[in-house]
Design a protein around this ligand. Structure first.
Ligand SMILES: C[S@@+](CC[C@H](N)C(=O)[O-])C[C@H]1O[C@@H](n2cnc3c(N)ncnc32)[C@H](O)[C@@H]1O
Length: 214
């Protein structure tokens, strides 16, 4: 199966259709991800180890945690105060079986809508494979920042191609590069690290961004 065949359909769905898509995909998600060499959580781990503390008192939220791939890796590396969040009930059911998250939030993040996650309650936030067409974008950032304490860190792992407008094919009208910079100029966050890495999935370049909430 090519990567395009796996991921292409969900680019054009709205939020509700998209979580339904994941509900239907959940049982096969990990198998399909492995087939396309999905390696984004492994790539993101480097930045978590560098920028997030693993002390028991430091709370970390995995936004769009899916079946818990990232959480599982973090737990193996000593992070045991993890919570997960996702809009797909079926993906969360699989994450729950892994017993890596203390609390799981089941809700769709919608720009401008206050979610149930309390304000300023996390020291770190990680979100991997979630910023792409039909999923999260720069409009969701202010809500994610709300969950973080001041000086808390937000780590994003995503495909490089979504940083800028990739063309009509994907109907992705976000220029994240400039929008993320604008948030910096507005004093919302500060960039601590930005790095490109190969093999986000097979043959796909990823970008890994670390921000600090101001
Ligand atoms: C490609 S999967 C990545 C899952 C996991 N982070 C990983 O790396 O394996 C994207 C996940 O984001 C979730 N998601 C996308 N948009 C969402 C939204 N607006 N609110 C909540 N969850 C969302 C989906 O349900 C799905 O589980």
């Amino acid at each position: 199966m090519t990567e395009k065949a796996v991921i292409k359909p969900f680019f054009f769905l709205d939020e509700n259709q998209q979580v339904e898509y994941y509900n239907n995909w959940a049982q096969k998600y990990e198998e399909d991800s492995a087939k396309v060499g999905y390696n984004a959580p492994e790539n993101t781990l480097e930045f978590c180890l560098k920028w997030l503390k693993s002390s028991d008192s430091d709370r970390i939220l995995d936004v769009g945690c899916g079946t818990g791939h990232m959480g599982n890796l973090l737990l193996q590396h000593g992070y045991n105060n993890l919570d997960g969040h996702d809009g797909s009930e079926k993906m969360l059911e699989i994450a729950k079986q892994k017993r890596v998250y203390q609390n799981l939030y089941y809700e769709i993040l919608v720009p401008g809508k206050h979610s149930n996650i309390p304000s300023e309650s996390y020291d770190g936030l990680v979100t991997v494979g979630t910023i792409l067409p039909g999923h999260l974008n720069s409009d969701h950032v202010s809500e994610m920042l709300r969950f973080l304490k001041k000086d808390g860190r937000l780590i994003i792992g995503m495909r490089k191609q979504w940083l800028t407008f990739p063309g009509d094919e994907y109907k992705w009208n976000y220029d994240l590069e400039s929008e993320f910079k604008k948030l910096e100029q507005e004093g919302k966050w500060k960039l601590l690290e930005k790095k490109f890495k190969n093999e986000h999935s097979s043959g796909v370049e990823g970008v890994y961004l670390v921000y600090e909430k101001l």
